[in-house]
Design a protein around this ligand. Structure first.
Ligand code: PLP
Length: 475
């Protein structure tokens, strides 16, 4: 496909400006040579962007079972609400009295998420899940420091945690202690007992974990950590599997982050803007980033918590994302929230059972909202890898699942259908998966050569990541 710079011809343009109705001003410094911009007609421009749009695959095109990412359908009413002028045309420096409605959005969203998580306070400042982890860990650090306990420098992270957990712990200045999983995919409780001690600052638990399993010994886990003087961090990015059914606050967790773009149907948006809301129990409230919305006498106002760790983001976070999440919460309501979680789990189990006809499941179910297949045996028998199957799916119009993650499963494909897919769509996807299994045995070369119907063929992904070509060089 041609780039916009490679289209058009000199003199073609589409500027249709109205006559100037303000006094003309001559600038003192003007460009000596005209800017070298593409010169295209309106139809060329429209066709260019239409062609680009056709090359993109999104959740509005079809199933997007990208495990650990929760690519579910985002209701359009969320965007309508976020676009209301009262929300979209405000400025963060406006006086509080003129943006009471926006503060109410924060206050109501906080109240609802406190209810869903069982926490006592929620901030919306962090811009993403990992940013929320970093913020939560700074709260843990501030708590221990305020008690004069500087010896607590270690964060325990099970090997089934999301990859951002150990990375965030290191960013926050902690040492990471890896806790192995038992053969059932859950935390090895004996290994946890052996690891805790006076240097334990806390534990970070992804639940359901990256194998799609709900930790069996969760109450025992939080008790062990608390008895050792540590705090418990809940990676709540997978809350879509349990929301409205169980609450991390009731399981003994002190702090949590939520990925609004996963669980609460806000856009993933190519890395942002997003929100990794952080909730905490009363003991951590004084350290929250400020400002937070506070109810005064008859109005709402900004207030900075007493021992705040400081800002983690400019202004108040990505406000329009919070409007969308609130809209989702209010649309689904008390009945809809747990129903969405139950459907996420039902759909994952349905697909897992259909695929288990051929594909080995890494850890026996039932699963929560996602499950992991291991294609190790398929690769040994046929030479067809998880990557080959993923490319074969692309050729058949399906976005592949997450590949080679979690790291503890060889040749992993991690599937998350989400609650918004219907049975027919999942059946079609399963039929294609099973067809590819047959193809791997009958014609493995066809899969090594895939994809052949996509705009580009198989890329050298390592080279693409290490040497990205991001700038147009004029010939
Ligand atoms: C379980 C889990 N934790 C943390 C994260 C990190 O979130 P983000 O990508 O918003 O930084 C993710 C991302 O999908 C996740 O699935």
């Amino acid at each position: 496909m041609k780039l916009i710079m490679e289209r058009g011809a000199p003199g073609r343009h589409l500027d249709l400006l109205p006559p100037c109705d303000v006094p003309q001003v001559t600038l003192s410094r003007t460009r000596q040579e005209p800017l070298d911009l593409p010169q295209v007609s309106e139809s060329e421009l429209v066709r260019h962007y239409t062609e680009l749009a056709k090359q993109v695959y999104g959740v509005n095109d079809g199933i997007y079972p990208l495990g650990s990412c929760t690519m579910k359908y985002n209701p359009k009413i969320n965007d309508e609400m976020a676009a209301l002028p009262g929300f979209s045309q405000v400025h963060p420096l406006q006086p509080e009295g003129t943006v009471q409605g926006c503060l109410e959005v924060y206050a109501t969203a906080e109240q609802l998420l406190r209810e869903v998580t069982g926490m006592d306070a929620v901030t919306f400042q962090p811009a993403a899940g990992a940013h929320g982890e970093f913020t939560g860990l700074l709260l843990i650090k501030a708590y221990h420091r305020s008690r004069g306990d500087a010896a607590r420098v270690k964060i325990l992270v099970p090997d089934s945690a999301h990859g951002t957990n150990p990375a965030s712990a290191v960013m926050a200045g902690f040492q990471v202690i890896n806790i192995p999983s038992s053969p059932d995919g859950c935390v090895d409780v004996e290994a946890l007992k052996a690891a805790v001690g006076p240097d334990t600052a806390g534990l970070m638990l992804t639940n359901p974990n990256t194998l799609g399993i709900f930790e069996k010994h969760i109450l025992e886990i939080t008790r062990i950590v608390h008895e050792a003087g540590g705090l418990c961090y809940y990676d709540g990015a997978n809350l879509n599997a349990v929301m409205g059914e169980v609450r991390p606050g009731d399981m003994g967790f002190d702090v949590i982050h939520l990925n609004l773009h996963k669980t609460f149907s806000t856009p993933h948006g190519g890395g942002g803007p997003g929100a990794g809301a952080v909730g905490c129990k009363e003991l951590l409230r004084p350290y929250l980033p400020g400002p937070m919305v506070e109810r005064g006498e008859g109005d709402l106002r900004w207030a900075v918590p007493e021992h705040s760790i400081g800002r983690v983001k400019d202004f108040y976070g990505n406000f329009a994302v919070v409007v969308r999440a609130l809209c989702y919460l209010l649309t689904l309501g008390r009945e809809g929230i747990p129903e969405a979680a139950r459907n996420a789990v039902l759909n994952a189990n349905y697909m897992m059972h259909r695929l288990a006809e051929k594909y080995p499941v890494a850890y026996a179910g039932p699963c929560m909202h996602e499950f992991v297949l291991s294609l190790q045996q398929l690769k040994e028998e046929t030479g067809v890898s998880a990557m080959d199957i993923a490319k074969g799916l692309l050729d058949r119009g399906i976005h592949p699942p997450t590949m080679y993650f979690p790291l503890i499963v060889h040749e992993a494909l991690m599937v998350e259908p989400t609650e918004t897919e219907d049975k027919e769509t999942m059946d079609r996807a399963c039929d294609i998966f099973l067809e590819l299994w047959e193809l791997a045995h009958s014609d493995p070369e066809a899969l090594h050569a895939a994809p052949s119907t996509t705009p580009v063929g198989r890329l050298d992904e390592v080279d693409a990541a290490r040497n990205p070509v991001l700038r147009y060089q004029k010939p």
